[in-house]
Write a protein that binds this ligand. Structure first.
Ligand SMILES: [Zn+2]
Length: 77
């Protein structure tokens, strides 16, 4: 009989999360795109150095990530 305790469940979640974290934080060769940054309101280069773009696709001018730029876009419209 498998006894599921809160500790067992948390350990399983941490294992899956650690796996995802390793995947998300894998460094890749840097690539970039030109675009308009809604945070610093200027034409910039966006640079990614990791596979997890949500946290690593940064503006070269202000360092903002996509979530911050999306928030600024919503606040400005
Ligand atoms: Zn910016």
């Amino acid at each position: 009989m498998v006894k599921m305790t809160i500790r067992n469940v948390l350990d399983r979640v941490r294992t899956k999360t650690n796996h995802l974290h390793r995947y998300r934080s894998q460094p890749v060769e840097a690539w970039s795109n030109q675009g308009y940054c809604t945070t610093c309101t200027s034409e910039v280069t966006f640079i990614a150095k990791h596979t997890w773009l949500r946290d690593h696709y940064v503006c070269s001018n202000c360092g903002s990530i996509p979530r911050e730029r999306a928030l600024m876009y919503v606040l400005d419209t």
